[in-house]
Design a protein around this ligand. Structure first.
Ligand SMILES: NC(=O)c1ccc[n+]([C@@H]2O[C@H](COP(=O)([O-])OP(=O)(O)OC[C@H]3O[C@@H](n4cnc5c(N)ncnc54)[C@H](OP(=O)(O)O)[C@@H]3O)[C@@H](O)[C@H]2O)c1
Length: 310
């Protein structure tokens, strides 16, 4: 089968022909229809993820994907061949940028009929990060104002919609065609971060969702009201600086929420959230998808399609 692999960190991932995976007793074999790229995949390839995950090389990256179960392991009772599923694997296992993957049965949830495989694949890390950073970590409530940085990206496009549906006022930062996209998804105010200074335009917000880090994060403390919160997915905030502004600040990690994926997929459908797809790229043209991810300019999610389904 075809699969993207790296044999050493910092190697450019490339498509290879490798043997079909063997299916362990607690696993299912998924014929992959679509896989979503995440910045985490770039961290796996650079070696940066090795401090958080047990990674054995060579590895096929790709944690978020969707497809059809074609074989079940001897101990698996809750799935059968023909079931269509969304899969969220640990970054140490990956496997999504391929035609087939053997994954733990526990890593699968049903792909509802209302979602395409591409939409399903887009959900695990990006939507989970948006939802659980806003609500489980930051406790965003109706009537509050949230500033979302990088609102046109994979996490941001979900975050705008979840926050609006929860009754919050949303201020977004974006640039280029990301500005129109953020507004279309419901942002009440969109700041062009390339020509406008958000610190001059925004005051007393209740929450900042920082999807950028660095200078953007540091300067965000200035726009929070006293008692406000900053949640970052990009870089651990300096809590002593937060204290000096009278606000709280924390880093968010998506992994602990994997078991709640099914609930989140239902929320996407029930709340009629638009799954924004930047582009769909055939597995054999993986280099194009990778270039787009590493450019840092995606609008929503970049999707890899197995050529069987093109
Ligand atoms: N901790 C976790 O569990 C977790 C989970 C998911 C993601 N993350 C992290 O969260 C961040 C966002 O993830 P993602 O998947 O949404 O990334 P993404 O889709 O690659 O984000 C791309 C978007 O970022 C925007 N952007 C870049 N710099 C910006 C800036 N200074 N101000 C405003 N927008 C900016 C780009 O807009 P332009 O093209 O206009 O520049 C683009 O639309 C990444 O750092 C990722 O590693 C962490």
């Amino acid at each position: 089968m075809k699969a993207v692999r790296i044999h050493a960190y910092k190697q450019t991932p490339a498509v290879e022909n490798i043997p079909m995976p063997e299916v362990a007793a607690d696993q299912v074999l998924v014929r992959i229809e679509a896989a979503a790229l995440n910045p985490l995949d770039a961290l796996v390839v650079s070696g940066g993820a090795a401090q958080f995950f047990n990674i054995q090389l060579p590895i096929t990256p790709g944690t978020d994907f969707a497809g059809m179960i074609v074989e079940v392991g001897s101990a698996v009772e809750n799935w059968q061949a023909g079931d269509r599923v969304i899969v969220w694997t640990d970054a140490g296992s990956g496997g999504g940028f391929a035609q087939f993957a053997a994954v733990p049965a526990s890593a699968c949830v049903t792909l509802p009929l209302k979602l395409s495989a591409a939409e399903g694949a887009a959900i695990p890390i990006a939507a989970t990060t948006a939802w659980h950073s806003l609500f489980s970590t930051a406790g965003l409530k109706a009537g509050e104002t949230v500033l979302i940085h990088a609102a046109a990206g994979g996490v941001g496009t979900f975050a705008i919609q979840f926050a609006k549906r929860a009754g919050a006022r949303v201020i977004a930062t974006a640039s280029g065609d990301g500005i129109e996209l953020a507004a279309r998804l419901g942002a009440d105010q969109v700041i062009d971060y390339t020509s406008q200074d958000f610190v001059e335009l925004v005051h007393d917000v209740d929450l900042v969702l920082d999807l950028v880090g660095g200078e953007t994060q540091l300067r965000s403390f200035e726009v929070l009201r006293r008692g406000g919160r900053l949640i970052s997915t990009a870089m651990p905030p300096d809590t002593s600086i937060a204290q000096s502004f009278g606000v709280s600040a924390s880093i968010f990690y998506a992994a602990p929420y994997a078991e709640r994926l099914g609930e989140l997929v239902s929320a996407v459908i029930e709340q009629e959230v638009t799954v924004v797809i930047d582009r769909e790229v055939p597995l054999t043209a993986f280099a194009d998808a990778w270039a787009r991810l590493t450019s840092g300019h995606a609008r929503g999610k970049i999707i890899l399609k197995s050529e069987i389904f093109n």
